[in-house]
Design a protein around this ligand. Structure first.
Ligand code: FPP
Ligand code: MG
Length: 382
């Protein structure tokens, strides 16, 4: 074809394209108008969101339990042991709500299959951390029942944890997003770093308390609660947002990461306050309360109580509540000081920062639910 021929074909093509864009609308037929979709009230929207979330969580939980089965009966039983227990499934809920809140900003109404998968993977990693943690902490009970190591032995609890981690790793590839995959791999290394710092703090505690330097550990406390809870929430939520197709430096990715960090800190600080709620004896005959202190760890309530009654509290701290009656005494002293209200105030500051971080997302029922979660974390009693 000559170049003049080519030019004329291009002109024709161009005019067709222009015609297509300015084509008159199709003649109106006399069909009855479709009824307009009724606008839901905020209360109805909230209910619809809860239903959607409930269905999604239910489906995820079923797949989760199925994905932890294997041909070996014992391995299946130990791996599924915590997964089958009633639980709040806080991490998957958080991931799915974040998915809905972020997806709304890119014109997507539902959580994507990869985001539902991520919720499952993160819950698996959480289960691994519990199977291993109950061995490290020598915990006899979890959620009011025997812990996995008490029921199946330390060896089986550790091996089942390794197995669940392997299953989680095999699912990571399904995310098909390298940034998200890197973040999730980082969750595991960060949890382990947190545990090591915790073990070091525990060894150092006796000496520090004797020398009246326990307060030096405040910084280390904040670092370890970030590593064991805040970082997991942050990484999981950043991955969720990246699975919506957002780049890792997008302000929405960073915002949900900040929300995760702050919510995780608030969650853990309240956990530490609940350790001083009361003291009694658990089903294994061990005293409840001041659990961390007995493991050699100072948490926010003890830091605050030490400021007010250092001489009275220090001996219990340095001997890690090892004598009969110590636990009850420490719980009594902590409760007599302003330590618990101050601990709640600290958690409330982090909850506020979490809410502030969300403001870059569009206002939706999912964002409202994420905001409400920051209040729920503060008022939880278990
Ligand atoms: C519970 O804390 C423990 C954790 C949140 C993290 C434990 C992490 C590990 C054991 C590292 C290994 C992890 C993996 C994924 C390989 P806690 O003892 O204060 O709370 P608890 O009362 O629930 O036991
Ligand atoms: Mg523990």
């Amino acid at each position: 074809m000559s170049w003049q021929g080519l030019l004329s074909s291009l002109k024709n093509l161009l005019s067709y394209a222009m015609l297509a864009t300015v084509a008159p609308p199709a003649p109106k037929t006399h069909q009855p108008a479709l009824p307009a979709i009724p606008k839901l009230s905020p209360e109805e929207e909230k209910l619809a969101l809860q239903e959607k979330l409930g269905r999604c969580i239910q489906g995820m939980r079923e797949t989760f339990i199925l994905d932890l089965s294997t041909s070996n009966e014992l391995l299946t039983e130990v791996s599924q042991y915590y997964a089958k227990r009633p639980s709040k499934l806080m991490r998957p809920r958080l991931i799915l709500l974040t998915a809905l809140a972020v997806n709304a900003s890119v014109g997507e109404r539902d959580a994507l299959p990869q985001q539902v998968r991520l919720a499952e993977i993160v819950e698996m990693i959480h289960v691994v951390s519990l199977l291993h943690d109950d061995v490290i902490d020598e915990s006899d009970t979890r959620r009011g029942d025997l812990s996995a190591p008490s029921k199946f032995g330390n060896k089986n609890s550790i091996l089942a944890g390794d197995f669940v981690l392997g299953r989680a790793m095999s699912l990571i590839a399904a995310l098909e997003n390298f940034d998200a995959m890197r973040e999730i791999a980082g969750v595991v290394t960060t949890l382990v770093e947190g545990e090591i710092i915790q073990a070091e703090d525990s060894i150092a505690l006796g000496e520090k308390a004797k020398a009246g330097q326990a307060a030096d550990q405040w910084g280390s406390y904040m670092e370890r609660i970030f590593l064991k809870t805040g970082s997991l929430f942050a990484r999981a939520l950043r991955s969720t947002a990246m699975l919506s197709g957002l780049p890792s430096d997008d302000e929405r990715v960073l915002a949900v990461g900040d929300y995760g960090t702050e919510l995780g800190l608030a969650f853990q600080i309240i956990d530490d306050a609940l350790d001083f709620k009361e003291t009694s004896v658990d089903s294994a005959g061990k005293p409840t309360g001041a659990v961390d202190l007995r493991l050699g760890l100072i948490t926010a309530p003890v830091f605050y109580a030490l400021e007010e009654r250092p001489d009275e509290l220090a001996p219990y701290v340095s001997r890690k509540c090892s004598e009969p009656g110590d636990t009850a005494e420490v719980v009594r002293i902590v409760r007599e000081t302003s330590a618990l209200p101050r601990t709640y105030a600290l958690a409330a500051q982090h909850a506020q920062k979490a809410r502030d971080a969300l403001q870059v997302l569009p206002s939706t029922p999912a964002r409202d639910a994420l905001e409400a979660l920051t209040m729920k974390v503060l008022s939880r009693d278990q």
